[in-house]
Design a protein around this ligand. Structure first.
Ligand code: N01
Length: 554
């Protein structure tokens, strides 16, 4: 038989479905990137999603009390006025179930599901240099290939379950809030332990307390919280939202935090003690994250921050009846808002209930999980259910667990051994044609996420359109552009009080062994948008573009 007749055996990659772009994740980011690439650019796109529905963080985080801390009228897409007009939120802060309804509404309206493979967790992604394609492997063992790979995996999607000895022998039920069972958990009459007092633990505590026989909250780091002051939206407010789409969009896109409010342009020290107190009281009564916006120097000057911090600690002491519990809750070791500031509905009040107690696991650490409870250095706490509100391996965790391998087989884990290194949070040197929506080094978690997501998804789509128009096959950042951006991210953080919270997940401090690097860009969303636009306008400066051989001109 002549050689030419011998068929070479097919590798699984030869038969893998080929796409122009693969997107990992069908939350806010993946859904919008799909709209941008499939419907606007006409690309052949597939989204791979581990969950059985769209929704991303809202699909997984359905713990009791799960609710958005951004106000509903800014917690949505704004790319389409028709979409905006087709939806009406019911509450000031939308709950998890309502956000899921919104996301399903978007999926239906744009016919997104036909391009999404649900129940498909990505387990690996390797760059094939010769073919200039990404080969993506899923948990089912199948592969998909694409020229462009876009991660839309969120910043807070890798649950951090602490490695406490004995957990595997626990005879009761245990749950992490970020992997909550779809069918819910019945706490009725149960003795429940909740570990963690971040935004999640603070949202869940009052709701679980209402159901449980007894709830013990295990607190390692005390936290500030401002009342959400949630409630149903009035018909008048809903009309105002409808009438002010342009203005709401303009404000949220033109400030540092992506919210529909701007930080007041005054220093804490521009006003006297009495006026300052009145400003804080008004902000407390209004509720929500706006408390942070009362003065421009709250996050810049420790002395300024101390005034807010003292106000909030005094509020805790006034709300909680038992002085010892109040003292423990108010024993906060970091500046206000240096960690992501929680907002709550009845968190501190919950400690006035007879069935709620607080345990200090900073002074008396958890030593092990027993078959029927938790043991700290001070004693044993019998429990039927343990809730881990212990947060996430934030920002880098969701990307590293994809097992991404770039040029020359270098893994992302190796490239980021000392912390994440990106250009604009969008691309990584040595990983061509890989884009990371809201990646480390972008403002992401320091802003209202849909605003950050829309900017990234649109920038990436515009960039891919440019690559196709100009015959560029391969794009990746230059090492010196990455170097400069990493320095800029550090400088932006150092100009604020943010790095002063030593237990902050912004720094990776909540995960043992994780490099301590301040991960998001703290220079503000509006400034960041300008930088990205300028980079594009300057011919994507800082990136290496490799053209198709036929398109290279002398
Ligand atoms: O997680 P966290 P989260 N033993 O990391 C404690 C977003 N979010 O899920 O500070 C004992 O903030 C840990 O203690 P410490 C929001 O961006 C958004 O609450 O490390 N305790 C801390 O108290 C938020 O910031 C919404 O000392 C342990 C807690 O667990 C982010 O998600 C709603 C421990 C973890 O707090 C993460 O919030 C909710 C251990 N071994 C959350 N390990 C929205 O509104 C950890 N802890 C959209």
């Amino acid at each position: 038989m002549p050689d030419t007749m011998i068929a070479s055996p097919k590798t699984p990659h030869d038969t893998a479905p080929e796409y122009d772009a693969l997107i990992i994740g069908a939350g806010f980011a993946g859904m919008y990137e799909l709209i941008c690439l499939r419907d606007r650019l006409g690309l052949n796109v597939r989204v791979l999603e581990a969950g059985d529905e769209v929704g991303g963080t809202w699909y997984w985080n359905r713990y009791p009390g799960a609710r958005c801390d951004s106000e509903s009228h800014v917690y949505n897409y704004t790319f389409s006025k028709e979409l905006y007009d087709s939806w009406e939120w019911s509450e000031r802060y939308p709950g998890q179930a309502e956000i899921m309804r919104y996301m399903k509404h978007v999926a239906d309206r744009f016919d997104l599901r036909r391009s999404i493979s649900f129940g498909t967790r990505v387990t690996g992604a390797a760059y094939d240099e010769a073919a200039n394609r990404w080969i993506v492997t899923t948990e089912h063992g199948d592969t998909h290939t694409a020229r462009f790979l876009i991660t839309a995996v969120g910043c807070l999607s890798t649950a951090n379950v602490p490695a406490i000895p004995g957990l595997s022998e626990f005879k009761g039920e245990w749950y992490h809030t970020g992997q909550w069972p779809q069918e819910g958990v019945d706490f009725t009459g149960k003795t429940v332990g909740l570990i963690g007092t971040g935004s999640t633990g603070i949202q869940a505590t009052p709701v679980i307390a209402e159901q449980a026989g007894h709830l013990t909250v295990f607190q390692r780091t005390a936290n500030y919280s401002v009342p959400a002051n949630n409630g149903p939206l009035t018909a008048e407010f809903k009309q105002w939202v409808r009438d002010n789409y342009d203005e709401i969009r303009r404000i949220s896109r033109s400030n540092a935090n992506g919210q529909a409010f701007t930080v007041e342009d005054r220093s804490v020290f521009d006003v006297d003690q009495e006026e300052r107190q009145a400003i804080y009281e008004a902000a407390w009564a209004k509720g929500g994250l706006q408390f942070r916006a009362t003065f421009r120097d709250l996050l810049l000057d420790k002395a300024a921050n101390d005034t807010a911090s003292e106000f909030l600690k005094a509020k805790i002491r006034s709300l909680v009846h038992d002085p010892a519990t109040a003292a423990l809750l108010a024993d906060i070791d970091h500046p206000y808002a240096a960690k992501r500031p929680p907002i709550d509905t009845g968190y501190f009040d919950a400690f006035n209930r007879d069935n709620v107690s607080l345990v200090d696991v900073r002074a008396n650490p958890i030593e092990r999980i027993l078959p029927h409870g938790v043991q700290t250095s001070a004693g044993e706490y019998p429990l039927d259910i343990i809730v881990f509100a212990t947060g996430f391996d934030a920002m880098t965790g969701p990307l590293l667990r994809l097992n991404i391998q770039g040029r020359d087989g270098v893994t992302l884990r190796e490239a980021w051994a000392s912390g994440p290194r990106t250009y604009l949070g969008l691309q990584v040197s040595g990983f061509p044609n890989l884009f990371t929506i809201t990646g480390p080094g972008s403002p992401s978690v320091l802003t209202n996420m849909p605003v950050a997501i829309e900017q990234h998804a649109e920038w990436i789509a515009d960039c891919i359109a440019h690559l196709r128009e100009t015959g560029v096959e391969q794009m990746e950042p230059k090492p010196d552009a990455v170097e400069q951006w990493v320095s800029r991210v550090n400088e932006a953080a150092s100009a604020t009080l943010l790095p002063q919270a030593s237990s902050s997940w912004y720094l990776g401090a909540n995960v043992p062994g994780k490099p301590r690097v301040f991960m998001p860009f703290a220079g503000g969303m509006a400034r960041y948008r300008e930088i990205c636009d300028q980079v594009a306008a300057n011919g994507y400066e800082g990136f290496t573009m490799t053209h198709e051989p036929s398109r290279i001109t002398a």
